[in-house]
Design a binder for this molecule. Sequence first.
Ligand code: ATP
Length: 361
Amino acid sequence: MEIRIQDLVRTYSSEGKQIKALDHVDLTIPANRIFTLLGPSGCGKTTLLRCIVGLEVPDGGEIYIGDELVWSKEKNIFVPPERRGLGMVFQTYAIWPHMNVFDNVAYPLQTQKMAKEEIRRKVAKVLDFVQLSGYENRPATKLSGGQQQRVALARALVAEPKVILFDEPLSNLDAKLREETRKELRSFLTELQITAIYVTHDRVEALALSDLIAVMRSGKIIEINEPKKIYFNSDSQFVADFIGRANLIRGTVEELDGDHAVFASEIGPVRALNSQQIPLGQEAFLCVRPEFIRLAKERKEEQNSYSGKVETLIFIGEAFEGEIRIGETLLTTTVEPTADFREGDSIAVSFDPDHCFLLAS
Ligand code: ATP
């Protein structure tokens, strides 16, 4: 089910100051996709999620869930949370420690006073789906973090919501479990064909899990795109830097050539993608992701090839993290673990014109 948000505003007052948690947000969340709200702490992600659920009352704007208007100040409409048909999974799984798995999952149906047999059937189906069949009588406290997270998911799904919302649901899990659960969650949600709205400040989680990512900053949505597009050709410096490691180099557009431009920069001329069509003579930034920087012993005559020096190499297991100096400019790179370079080596540095892009300054 699609969710449409129009001109949503939420302002808080704190210590005499006005905080615009949501600053005129317009947004359409398409049906049956995994849609992530990503942004730094305090940018308004949770406030937006809580407004959609109905736990927070906005100051202005409208929210539609499917065709139903669930919030409008002007039209005096407020559909309470329990009638919005949404499921929610929180950071603290909010499962009840004094109940076993069955009772935790059955709770939303019991409050609807559903027949016992039907409750049993629905709980069995959803526990099977999250691979917890056989755990019905296990006390919630005797489960691992990942299993508790799946109980929370089962409880959110059991009432067959139209939309499911997640607020940083994996942040209490350790790194390895978080990776596994992320994969599992993506396959659950894809199989269910349900609209999912997911809040996180973890860029890798957003990239790995989402069909679409909306990046937020200071109460505003500043870019919405598919993970690959947002990573490989971001719209702004803020997004480029937030979504991944980025080398940003200042310069001026010197020549235009279709999708590309030649960019005069402090490392020399660079041919790069110019999707934003930044005009001739304008100052801009070049963004090169560390993993696209190639190092070699000898410099070849090719585009975007420069002479540099290895400043630092730090071993991180799967690779080295390197710092390469070209003149006054330091670039971070990822160097494969088998590479035969040492700190202080003179090297050739290059990157493909299709794997670097210009950003308006
Ligand atoms: P985080 O990732 O840290 O959870 P967030 O992006 O979810 O952050 P919100 O929790 O939506 O951000 O908060 C947005 C802004 O509104 C922040 O500046 C926050 O301090 C402020 N804020 C949120 N709730 C309240 C409140 N009840 N009273 C006053 N200010 C609030």
